[in-house]
Design a protein around this ligand. Structure first.
Ligand code: UDP
Length: 321
């Protein structure tokens, strides 16, 4: 049994990871300030004897020092996330995503903890390649466009983590998440599937930004947390960066059509320009598809649940709310 710390454990991915770790017989301390995470996400585990919730901010170094004491594995998921939140509040994005990661990495070197760093496919920026491998270039836009603050801040986290691996031998693995979806994800911060499902369930229209030709791959959170826990049990993963997600591309227009077909075929699609959704200084990423070769060869596993099953599950969950 390992004693685990999950920062951001009340969030969408963090709460699923917490459940998985407890199910595997580990103990879990969650650190979360409940800003984008919700206590309700932890409803199923709050009375578990091996579970502890610490409500507080990862920007508080004294608190961090306290929560890592006695911990064996740190899963660092706390971050400012969501395209909408990042576009609205770039200061918070930068402050939450950079300095606390450095403090935690330092503490892990001192305490000898294993470390998982949650990163993001946003670090590739707007690289125009068909499929992105971990060694591909990061291509950000201008600093006047707040969106890139998110990818840039997580790229700095990655640089820090890799530097701590090289300099101090920290056992750290980095995962770049690609559009993780599933029950408990909310649409307030921009995430497309919960938004489409909410819109469809309330009679439409489903609102697609731009022409809907932009492409994404959606991975189920259950399979994503599977990958994360497996990586921490794999010594070959340390000092490495991994794409984590599905590699089955779908356009946002097709996604809207699939949601509509499942809820009510009479619902219409409304196309609006990006400027109306995020402001005029917004820039989107046209295509985002991971190359999962490295993940597959390291773990002999990668997420494979088809989008149709994922949508069925999310729609059923939303209806049950
Ligand atoms: N999107 C959309 N309608 C929405 C929310 C998002 O058409 O209500 C589009 C968005 O422009 C993007 C894609 O769906 O091209 C995925 O958006 P999300 O914010 O979920 O993830 P990311 O942009 O980080 O891939």
């Amino acid at each position: 049994m390992a004693r685990c710390l999950v920062t951001g454990g009340a969030g969408f991915i963090g709460s699923h990871l917490t459940e998985r770790l407890l199910g595997q017989g580990h103990s879990v301390t969650v650190l979360d300030d409940l800003s984008t995470g919700q206590r309700d996400n932890l409803q199923g585990v709050e009375s578990h004897p091996n579970f502890k919730l610490r409500i507080g901010s990862i920007t508080d170094p004294v608190l961090l020092n306290d929560v890592v004491r006695g911990i064996d594995v740190i899963y660092h998921l706390a971050a400012a996330v969501g395209v909408k939140l990042v576009a609205d509040d770039p200061v918070r994005t930068i402050e939450t995503n950079i300095y606390p990661t450095e403090v935690l990495l330092r503490l892990a070197v001192q305490g000898g903890q294993k470390f998982f760093l949650a990163s993001t496919s946003e670090v590739y920026g707007k690289n125009f390649k068909e499929q992105w491998t971990e060694e591909d270039d990061l291509q950000f836009g201008a600093t006047t466009r707040p969106r890139w603050a998110y990818g840039c801040s997580k790229a700095i986290d990655e640089f820090l983590a890799l530097a701590y691996y090289r300099k101090y031998g920290l056992n750290v693995a980095i995962g770049r998440f690609f559009n993780v979806v599933g029950p408990r994800q909310v649409g307030h911060y921009g995430m497309v599937i919960p938004r489409f499902v909410d819109q469809a369930l309330s009679g439409g229209p489903v609102v697609v930004y731009d022409d809907g030709g932009q492409v994404r791959c959606f991975g189920h959170v259950r399979e994503i947390v599977d990958v994360v826990t497996r990586l921490m049990d794999t010594p070959a993963a340390f000092g490495q960066v991994f794409n984590i997600g599905s590699d089955q591309p779908v356009s946002i227009k097709e996604l809207a059509e699939q949601v509509i077909a499942r809820v009510d075929p009479k619902i219409e699609i409304n196309y609006i320009p990006y400027g109306k959704a995020y402001g005029d200084d917004f820039e989107d990423i046209r295509r985002r598809v991971p190359d999962l070769t490295k993940l597959k060869s390291t773990l002999s596993y990668s997420p494979s649940l088809p989008l149709g099953s994922i949508l069925d599950e999310i729609i059923a969950w939303k209806k049950s709310q």
